[in-house]
Design a protein around this ligand. Structure first.
Ligand code: NDP
Length: 453
């Protein structure tokens, strides 16, 4: 049989979403090619989640050393070697790049090294080559967006933060999202002087207000200087470093300014207009619940669609899109109860509705809260508090949201996300036996309502 197209599916971008879609489609019998211009595994593997978490681990050792004395340990002089950390991290990322390559080739997916652009709804160009496909999936992710201020070119984005040649001694982080908060904690934990500048009243917009306030307290205790309601006005070169001027009149000399002011869909120059794919005002590809674009045979998943910009969501979207294209029935991702964590110091994790969202949706809600000093810090002496919070719908008693700031928050909330997915009630939380002594047991022993109706 003569095939009408070179491939059944052509995927642009081998990040979390693109790789999952490629593999699922290939398993469903499709002939698949994926083009990647930069690095296999995309942002998450190369300049996101994975190297970030490795840096977070590195930054936590200073706490462990400081906390050890209360447990009888005498720790000798410690020294941190940034070069060693980055070299080890790079080695692990290279290994993961290889894992991704093997995952794709084992599944029978053709990997094409290069930048693909759309010429029409069924044709992509890679250099002078033309390739046709029945379906095209755009999974090109996002890219850091810098504010237009004088001297912005002197600053770096998170992309470069992973490849610095030396550990900066003084850092200014701009932006109060996941990336800004996480990097402020990383650099502080590794010993840098850190100032975090955020334009709003409080960082981490969209998270539960109690958690946001608690994290601000904890970061201040750790010596991170927080500047809220402040913008960066300009950056100038100053010796080997930079001088940043803030709108509050303050000037700060630093080795480094890290701009973490959000990311933009990577759609520029992709030929989407030529193919007739609609984008929104922010340049994100507009898709329906099956990740289908305005063009019937073109799909898009992950950060390029700017829905929930999280790796596991991109993976779920990639799978659903592949099933929709080649499986027995169309599949869609459920965006309710998507858990997420911020790997701050201490970490935050959350699933379901914040108190504010729940009040907006349900009117009256019951709130249960527990704030305590973790057992470990009774001996370490560290002044750190853990906060846990449940948001409950009074009539059905359904738990609408679980929120936590404290050690292992991500590990704990992942389990509770299953409970929320099952529609668990407060009564069922209460009927669950705790594991003692853990922090997590607090989630099943909160009896007193903090605020009602
Ligand atoms: P976010 O969109 O989360 O945060 C951007 C921050 O920059 C906000 O505080 C925003 O303020 C501020 N900001 C935006 N524009 C300007 C400007 N012009 N001047 C000053 N401040 C500005 O982006 P991030 O870069 O932190 O992260 C990108 C995405 O990556 C996140 O949305 C997240 O989905 C994902 N991510 C997830 C992680 C995780 O799961 N742990 C880790 C890292 C990233 P305001 O709130 O006022 O808009």
């Amino acid at each position: 049989m003569v095939q009408k197209y070179d491939y059944d599916l052509f995927v642009i971008g081998a990040g979390s979403g693109g790789v999952r879609a490629s593999r699922v489609a290939a398993q469903l019998g499709a002939r698949v090619a994926v083009a990647e211009e930069r690095y296999l595994g995309g942002t998450c593997v190369n300049v996101g989640c994975i190297p970030k978490k490795l840096l977070v681990y590195a930054s936590e050792f200073s706490d462990a050393f400081a906390d050890a004395a209360g447990f009888g340990w005498t720790i000798g002089a410690s020294r941190f070697d940034w070069g060693a950390l980055i070299a080890n991290k790079d080695k692990e990322i290279a290994r993961l790049n290889g894992v991704y390559e093997r995952l794709l080739t084992t599944a029978g997916v053709t990997i094409i090294d290069g930048r693909a652009t759309l010429l029409d709804a069924h044709t992509v160009a890679i250099g002078s080559e033309r390739i046709t496909a029945r379906y095209i999936l755009v999974a090109v992710g996002g890219w850091p967006a810098a504010p237009r201020i004088p001297g912005a070119e002197l600053a770096i984005s998170s992309n470069e933060a992973f490849h610095l040649h030396a550990m900066p001694e003084r850092v200014i982080v701009v932006g109060g999202g996941y990336i800004g908060v996480e990097f402020a904690g990383i650099f502080r934990g590794l010993g840098a002087e850190v100032t975090l500048v955020h334009r709003g009243d409080l960082f981490l917009r969209g998270f539960d207000d109690d958690l946001r306030a608690a994290l601000a307290d904890e970061m201040r205790k750790r010596g991170v200087a927080l500047r809220f309601n402040t913008l960066l006005e300009r950056i100038e070169k100053r010796g080997a470093g930079v001088r940043a001027t803030l709108t509050n009149g303050e000037t700060i000399d630093a080795a480094l300014v890290l701009l973490a002011t959000g990311r933009r869909p990577n759609t520029h120059g992709l030929g989407l207009e030529a193919a007739g794919v609609k984008m929104d005002g922010a340049g994100a590809i507009v898709v329906d619940r099956h990740s289908r674009t305005s063009v019937e045979n073109i799909f898009a998943v992950g950060d390029v669609t700017n829905r929930r910009n999280l790796t596991p969501v991109a993976i779920a979207e990639g799978r659903a899109a592949a099933e929709t294209m080649f499986g027995k029935r169309a599949m869609a991702v459920d965006y309710e109860n998507v858990p997420s964590a911020v790997f701050s110091h201490p970490p935050i994790a959350t699933v379901g509705l914040t108190e504010m969202e729940a009040r907006a949706r349900f009117g009256a809600v019951d709130i249960y809260k527990s704030s305590f000093r973790p057992l470990k810090h009774t001996l370490s002496g560290r002044d750190e508090r853990t906060l846990m919070k449940l948001v409950v719908e009074p009539k059905s008693e359904r738990v609408l949201g679980c929120h936590m700031i404290g050690a292992d928050a991500g590990e704990i909330i992942q389990g509770l996300a299953v409970a929320l997915q099952c529609g668990a009630t407060k009564r069922q939380f209460d009927a669950t036996i705790g594991i003692h002594p853990t922090a997590a047991e607090e989630f099943v022993t909160m009896r007193e309502k903090a605020a009602s109706q």
